[in-house]
Design a protein around this ligand. Structure first.
Ligand code: AMP
Length: 248
């Protein structure tokens, strides 16, 4: 059984991004980039399933600029067996990503496709759902637990106010939520080893997908600075202030 894991290169979650002076975009000139945190969880889950003997191959795939190779190397160092890079400098919307992934799925025929529940740059939370639709496959999004058997994945999903358990016939699409696992720390020797592995290249042209953006972002703006809070001396004063602000 094979698992395909989608890994996106995003601005590191510790970086505070700034909007360009003209509001035309976000300045990511010299900032640290990393694997999307939810994708790290997805890779970890695939590698654990492999270690448990449930699957025998983990293929990582990333779409985007040349530097996505670094993200793929991290996935290889975590334990992925192979990596595929769809190289493009174009900015990709979730639908374009889903269509490109669908082409890779057609070629690789994985039993399981694992993604992050959302990319922390666009916060779209759309790709896994769109891919499942394009594949006409069942989806288990926001997974906090995955149990795999020969033809089924039982996925526990985080939902509002609780959890839901769904059984999916394979092949299926799963998106990883925060509680699914804690990704392993990648050690330097593993990263060095991963440098020796080859990354298979694919182009958007080869995959014959129209990636033309459908959305036009008009303007970016920083959120308004928050006003400093005040310290209150007593609960009574707090209640008084909340009442005055019509908050209670
Ligand atoms: P989104 O729908 O943009 O929030 O992204 C959800 C998930 O789709 C991510 O966590 C990744 O697993 C996958 N994904 C999105 N964009 C890419 C990309 N350019 N390369 C690889 N995987 C991606």
């Amino acid at each position: 059984m094979k698992a395909l894991v989608a890994v996106k290169r995003v601005v590191d979650f510790n970086v505070k991004v700034r909007v360009n002076a003209d509001g035309s975009g976000v300045d990511i000139g010299n900032v640290k980039m990393s694997m999307n945190p939810f994708d790290e969880i997805a890779v970890e889950e695939a590698v654990r399933l492999k270690e448990a003997g449930k699957i025998n191959e983990v293929v990582a795939v990333s779409l985007g600029e040349k530097k996505c190779e670094d993200t793929l190397r991290t996935a290889l160092a975590m334990g992925a067996d192979r990596a595929i890079h769809v190289e493009t400098d174009a900015s990709l919307e979730p639908l374009a990503v889903a269509k490109l992934l669908k082409k890779i799925v057609d070629k690789e025929q994985p039993s399981l496709v694992l993604l992050g529940k959302q990319a922390i740059d666009d916060d779209a939370n759309q790709t896994a759902q769109m891919l499942a639709a394009l594949m006409n496959a069942p989806q288990g999004t926001f997974a906090s637990k995955v149990a795999l058997s020969a033809d089924e994945a039982v996925v526990t999903r985080d939902i509002d106010g609780g959890v839901e358990t769904v059984a999916l016939k394979l092949p299926a699409v799963i998106s990883a939520d925060l509680r699914l696992n804690e990704p392993r720390f990648v050690k330097l020797p593993a990263l060095m080893q991963a440098k020796k592995k080859t990354i298979e290249k694919q182009s958007v042209e080869e995959l014959a997908v129209n990636i033309e953006p459908r959305l036009h972002v008009k303007h970016y703006a920083e959120p308004k600075a928050r006003q400093a809070g005040v310290k209150v001396a007593s609960v009574a004063e707090l209640v008084e202030k909340l009442a005055a602000a019509k908050a209670i």
